[in-house]
Design a protein. Structure first.
Lengths: 88, 260
């Protein structure tokens, strides 16, 4: 049990800089999702299944999804602006 | 400022912070150490008082139900804000696409096309049913096992997203723009408040657990906790589905237009 706790803590500690250091937003979303999953596992190992469930659904699924959707929206807006400036 | 001086400016505070952090970690209590009576009291009291075996949800939806009501309305308000911000307007909306350069429009569409293999498509669509059943299970068993309306709602809301990612844009559009989604959202948010007011009508305080508690461990037990869990599930499902619909509206319209 002790070993499991240390392992997951180490994994989270490694994954967190991974999220910060990935500079491309799309890559960052993927690392963020993985980090969210690891955090969920951590909560589960530390015997908080309720928090783990919330963390996995929000941190690993919904938050990356919302960021992806926002990125798509922004990209389309940029495309439209470019088109507009070309038309002028 | 050169990168060398910047590095020095960074390293000095970072060193101080690291030192303070290590110093602060020395006297941390052991894992699982808990001081304070409330946790012990509530774990003793919940099962006899509320007939709910998941103490976390008994706290969330009953003992501090009023706070959860506030939290639910935070989600409600922020979804409302997004809907308002991205409301379809004539200025940026569809009109321009009709007047705009057709060749460039087509370019955008091709960029967005999802190349997806048949194996992935079939697997994803097979998972949709399982996800819905699991979401409903999590939302309705909040009083018994870890989970509850919030988590169940999020799982339920991600089911249409899987439909979309499996390439079935038409089905996704039919699900997310169904008028029932808005009704579900309103019922979820309003239902919680109404259950609270039922307590007032019964002559007790707001959000008093007035429904018969039933037998501990049954699906229909713990009174209002189970009902509130379901309303929260409805609200969260509606909220996230509405968000997806708002974000993807334009893309869906284009994809469907492309097909016809």
């Amino acid at each position: 049990m002790r070993l499991l706790q240390w392992t997951i803590l180490l994994l989270v500690a490694v994954a967190a800089p991974g999220v910060v250091l990935s500079r491309d937003p799309k890559a960052q979303v993927v690392t963020l999702s993985f980090y969210g999953l690891l955090c969920g596992l951590m909560f589960f190992i530390f015997q908080a299944p309720d928090v783990a469930l919330s963390q996995i659904t929000i941190g690993a699924v919904m938050l990356p999804l919302m960021i992806m959707l926002a990125l798509t929206k922004m990209r389309r807006q940029n495309l439209r602006r470019e088109r507009e400036s070309k038309n002028k | 400022m050169s990168s060398r001086t910047r590095l020095i400016f960074f390293l000095f505070p970072a060193g101080v912070l690291a030192a303070i952090f290590v110093w602060g970690c020395r006297d941390l209590p052991a894992v699982g150490d808990y001081r304070g009576p409330y946790g012990y009291v509530i774990t003793q009291v919940t099962v006899p008082e509320r007939h709910a075996t998941d103490v976390v949800n008994a706290i969330n939806y009953d003992y501090r139900g009023f706070d959860t009501l506030g939290e639910e309305f935070i989600l409600f308000a922020s979804v409302l804000g997004v809907l308002l911000l991205f409301r379809p307007s004539a200025r940026i909306g569809g009109d321009r696409d009709k007047n705009g350069d057709d060749a460039q429009n087509r370019q955008v569409k091709i960029d967005d096309a999802l190349p997806i293999s048949d194996a992935l498509r079939v697997t994803m669509q097979a998972f949709v049913g399982i996800m819905i059943v699991f979401g409903v299970y999590i939302a309705t068993h909040g009083q018994l096992t870890p989970g509850g309306g919030f988590q169940g709602g999020v799982i339920l809301a991600s089911a249409p997203m899987v439909v979309y990612l499996s390439g079935n844009v038409w089905a996704f559009e039919r699900i997310v723009s169904h008028p029932l989604i808005k009704l579900v959202e309103c019922l979820g948010a309003g239902g919680y408040a109404l259950i609270g007011m039922a307590g007032l009508l019964a002559g007790a305080h707001f959000l008093t657990n007035i429904i018969p508690l039933g037998k501990t461990g049954d699906l229909f037990s713990s009174g209002t906790i189970a009902v509130i869990s379901v309303t929260v599930g409805l609200e969260v499902t509606g909220a996230f589905v509405l968000l997806m619909q708002t974000y993807l509206r334009e893309i869906i319209e284009e994809r469907l237009g492309q097909k016809s």
